[in-house]
Design a protein around this ligand. Structure first.
Ligand SMILES: Cc1cc2nc3c(=O)[nH]c(=O)nc-3n(C[C@H](O)[C@H](O)[C@H](O)COP(=O)(O)OP(=O)(O)OC[C@H]3O[C@@H](n4cnc5c(N)ncnc54)[C@H](O)[C@@H]3O)c2cc1C
Length: 337
């Protein structure tokens, strides 16, 4: 039986994004398969493909169509003794996929445990954590052009992955809906415990090294470090860690000897944006219900009734103060709408 899409008007998006601000969409529909999309094409009004809403700050009501992605399904495309290629519906929950892969002994995304959101958004900003990036396991993806309705397969090169970046945040921003994502995982895991305190947490847990114990360690670290969006509205790291030249870094280092960095090739370094913000005393700052988290200077929060615009104004004040002190312009990791 062919079902027609249900179009709703003037819908509250509050339950559908992790900042949890009160905001409405002029039109809203849910898609459960790629065929549902065909009913909408060409999408002539402003539109937003929404996953888990964990990387978005709405500064005002959305005066267009929100297409809420609920495309599900996980299947094996091919496998051999060493690896497996999975095709995953873009509306599947990312963390649930990670746990499913661990249960089945498929390695590669365990370090990306507990990242909120849907599978379809993972390639958009090339999600990363604890020494692993989504691009490390990427095989290909299928997306539909929302003007022509044509289907396109993107391979690794097409996606132009970079640090929290891909072609979908640049040339192709807002043009495609990603409908499925294929990833290549190993059946012979090489554990990656070198980043941060993973090893210390593993050692103190007494658990044997496995995909599950790494995931447990990361879940523990993240739960202690990051606010749970179900309790305090947030979108994780609000800003990206800036990458600067070695020359600019050596000038900064003379003024701020403790500044933490991670090397990027031999000409650039990545600076911890959280440190830059924390060093200016922003951590724990609160203005009404908009604030900077008390333990994480990189995470802006909604304590209850903050408006998106108030959070955005706070973000801009932080950007200005960081620029004035260090000459570095922080770029947002969160999509501002
Ligand atoms: C507590 C917390 C911790 C976080 N930690 C991390 C972290 O460690 N590393 C990290 O990288 N991120 C992190 N994030 C950010 C966020 O979880 C990821 O960016 C996630 O991939 C967003 O998924 P989503 O489904 O919620 O995307 P949404 O917020 O719904 O959408 C994000 C963007 O992607 C677009 N989009 C979504 N789905 C599709 C699709 N199918 N086709 C086309 N466009 C689409 C949207 O239009 C929007 O522009 C964190 C967020 C929170 C709240």
């Amino acid at each position: 039986m062919i079902e027609t899409l249900q179009m709703k008007q003037n819908i509250s998006l509050k339950p559908f994004h992790t900042f949890g601000t009160s905001v409405k969409a002029a039109k809203y529909t849910e898609i459960k398969s790629k065929y549902d999309l065909q009913d909408l094409i060409p999408v002539q009004e402003p539109f937003l493909v929404l996953g888990g809403g964990s990387n978005i700050l709405f500064t005002k009501d959305f005066e267009g169509l929100v297409i809420h992605n609920k495309i599900k399904g996980v299947g094996i495309i091919s496998e051999n003794d060493d690896e497996v290629i999975l095709q995953v519906g873009s509306g599947e929950n990312w963390h649930a996929l990670v746990l499913w892969c661990i249960e089945n002994g498929y390695a590669g995304i365990e370090n990306l445990s507990l990242i909120p959101g849907c599978v379809g958004a993972a390639p958009i900003q090339n999600i990363g954590a604890y020494g692993v990036e989504f691009k490390d396991v990427f095989h290909s993806l299928e997306a539909i052009d929302l003007q022509t309705g044509s289907t396109k397969i993107f391979n690794y090169k097409d996606c132009k992955f970079d640090y929290r970046d891909s072609i979908f945040k640049n040339e192709l921003k807002g043009k495609f809906c990603i409908t499925s994502v294929s990833i290549c995982l190993s059946k012979k895991p090489q554990f990656n415990t070198s980043y941060g305190v993973i090893k210390d947490v593993l050692d103190s847990s007494g658990e044997e090294l496995s995909l599950k114990s790494i995931s447990n360690a990361i879940i523990k670290i993240r739960s202690e470090k990051l606010p749970d969006p179900k309790k305090i509205g947030n979108s994780g790291s609000f800003f990206m860690n800036p990458i600067i030249s070695l020359t600019q870094f050596s000038l900064l280092k003379s003024k701020f000897p403790n500044i933490p960095i991670y090397p990027v090739g031999d000409k650039e370094v990545k600076i911890a944006a959280g440190w830059l913000i924390d060093n200016l005393g922003w951590k724990g700052y609160r203005n009404g219900d908009a604030g900077v988290h008390k333990n994480q200077a990189l995470v802006l929060v909604n304590y209850g009734d903050a408006k998106g615009l108030e959070i955005w104004n706070l973000a801009k004040s932080i950007q200005i103060s960081v620029f004035e002190e260090y000459g570095i312009l922080l770029e947002t990791e969160v999509n501002i709408l």
